[in-house]
Write a protein that binds this ligand. Structure first.
Ligand code: LYS
Length: 573
């Protein structure tokens, strides 16, 4: 089992000098520190990590609720795809002795609910109707030729139609797409092939406002509305579970995102001891090196080029030590900003690097991604009430502001159980924000397995009382049955500072194949690098963060490709 008590240094050392400063101790920052020391030739003292938080792992945060010590809860990232080879290999090979990869069960669509426009059905209702030769009617006024399609099927149909309408695509990649039957479209392009398609794919629909435009320059909402009407768009947006997936982001990027990488037979997995184990394992490995240090609760304010130590060190970093509220300075030659868009925007925007008048292009490219707010509410229940509905795992989906709930698990020795009561993004975040800001917290209660002391220890992170009542009300409506109150809750809004978003999405019109490498080294003359999930091509996945850090390490830190990574695995632009 991985040791999550990684030593953090909350102190400061004014005048500290070293080579590489990594700011941000999430996936990409800790991976960079791990690779530079364990596989590169750097000593720990030459590579220093900084983070303003009290803990590491960024947007991965695995927690346990009192009363169910064996059930893992995830407030942030919760799963990976086995087609994602860096994360998979690290977990299942490199650190296999420290963590156990387990299935992330998605349950049976025949048991799980879809509750849209006050209409409740099972998630297999569409395919069930199709097998009887019928079309499932919903409360959406769909175009005639879209009626009867499930959201997944309709997404594939739209993508198939747009791909095959482009003569260039048909000629070069036509053999990779097939219509199997009236509802089934198969699109089998690898991520490498998608990268050959995305910049050139053209929209060919005469009479459309978007005719002959690059799909890369069209918003996904714009495109979906054009294909399936605004009503069809609303169906796709709500039934898909994530509003973020159908916002008006880059349609070319959205295509492979919605299809998934079919070539590798992808399946969801997670880690028994919590998804954040990946970060702790790498951090502990880095910490074995002489002089290694993770400076937590230290907030980077700015960095300068002109300073007293410039003869030996290029950059002066100014930190605010949050415990003492004192500023201190450190000196480094290379700087890795392993942070998402909002965190970058919280740094001093007037220094030589961010200054918009000097560096217009960087400023523009930082804004090339949309910040997608997202939140999660974990709830502990005395019993898994969903078992009585025949549900064991997976998620139900609704257009109510709670959007999705995941049935996370039941403790082995007890019958307490955990529900990811609400997992919402985009506009739903503002619905909950007004409630989460309410100072009256939900009052947890002791159970036969969790003491009052234990449940009250979570008071700081508990959801507000009205919020819990609202979630339970929506859970009742979604499931159509009475549901007991939870005994404990844990709320996390990733839209809060410093993250500013749960995940990110490329804007339409940006040349993603240029911006991605640009961010890894925005200025030819400066050894400053930006990496992480935000500017990756697998946004909302840890693999995106890994791939950007890995390409940065190979291009600018002279590291060879890791020996443990399959030689043919494609890292993207
Ligand atoms: N990877 C995330 C999940 O599995 C979804 C991110 C959606 C981003 N638009 O829940």
């Amino acid at each position: 089992m991985v040791d999550k008590n990684t030593a953090l240094n909350t102190g400061m050392q004014d005048g500290l000098k070293f080579d590489v400063a990594i700011v941000g101790a999430g996936i990409s920052g800790i991976y960079t520190a791990y690779r530079l020391t364990t596989e590169g030739a750097n000593t720990g003292s030459q590579v220093q990590v900084f983070d303003m938080n009290t803990r590491i792992a960024g947007r991965l945060e695995s927690v346990r609720l009192p009363g169910m010590p064996t059930v893992q809860g995830e407030l942030g990232g919760m799963r990976y795809l086995t087609s994602q080879k860096i994360v998979t290999t690290l977990i299942e090979q490199v650190f296999a002795d420290q963590m156990e990869a387990v299935e992330f069960p998605m349950g049976d669509p025949a048991d799980l609910y879809m509750y849209l426009r006050k209409d409740r059905c099972k998630q297999n209702a569409w395919t069930e109707a199709q097998s009887r030769g019928q079309k499932l009617l919903t409360r959406y006024y769909l175009d005639d030729d879209d009626i009867g399609f499930s959201a997944d099927q309709l997404f594939s149909k739209v993508i198939y139609d747009v791909l095959t309408a482009d003569p260039w695509f048909r000629e070069n990649f036509g053999q990779h797409v097939h219509q199997v039957d009236a509802y089934t479209y198969v699109i089998e392009l690898t991520l490498r092939q998608w990268d050959q398609v995305k910049p050139y794919l053209t929209y060919h629909f005469e009479g459309s406002p978007y005719d002959k435009r690059l799909v890369n320059d069209i918003g996904f909402w714009n495109l979906l509305k054009d294909q399936v009407s605004q009503e069809g768009y609303t169906f796709l947006s709500t039934a898909g579970g994530y509003y973020s997936n159908t916002i008006n982001w880059n349609a070319a990027e959205a295509f492979p995102y919605m299809i998934g990488d079919f070539s590798a037979g992808a399946e969801y997995k997670t880690i028994a001891e919590g998804f954040d184990s990946t970060v702790y394992a790498m951090a502990n490995d880095y910490m074995r090196h002489e002089g290694a240090c993770i400076w937590s609760e230290n907030k980077l304010l700015t960095f300068n080029r002109q300073h007293p130590q410039s003869a030996t060190h290029r950059y002066e970093l100014v930190f605010l030590n949050l415990r003492s509220n004192q500023q201190w300075r450190a000196y480094a030659n290379r700087l890795v900003l392993a942070m998402p868009r909002h965190s970058l925007e919280l740094l001093d925007q007037d220094n030589f690097f961010f200054n918009v008048n000097e560096n217009t292009e960087l400023n523009k490219n930082i804004r090339s991604v949309i910040k997608e707010p997202a939140f999660k509410i974990l709830m502990g229940f005395d019993t898994p009430w969903w078992n009585e509905l025949g549900i064991t795992a997976g998620h139900s989906i609704t257009d109510l502001p709670m959007r999705q709930c995941y049935y996370f698990g039941t403790a082995k020795v007890t019958d307490h159980s955990m529900l990811l009561g609400s997992y919402g993004d985009m506009e739903t975040e503002t619905f909950w924000k007004a409630l989460s800001d309410d100072p009256v917290k939900f009052r947890p209660r002791a159970t036969r397995l969790a003491s009052q002391l234990e449940v009250e220890a979570l008071n700081d992170v508990a959801a507000s009382d009205t919020m819990v009542k609202e979630v339970v009300k929506e859970l009742r409506e979604l499931h159509g049955v009475g549901i007991p109150m939870p005994y404990v809750t844990w709320f996390k809004d990733w839209g809060d500072d410093p993250f500013g978003a749960g995940y990110h999405a490329w804007k339409a019109g940006y040349k993603v194949q240029d911006v991605m490498p640009y961010m890894r080294k925005p200025m030819a003359t400066e050894d400053i690098h930006i990496c992480g999930e935000a500017y990756s091509d697998q946004q909302g996945w840890v693999e995106g963060a890994f791939c950007e850090a890995e390409k940065m390490l190979q291009s600018y830190f002279g590291l060879p490709r890791p020996s443990w990574l399959p030689a043919d695995y494609y890292l993207g632009w």
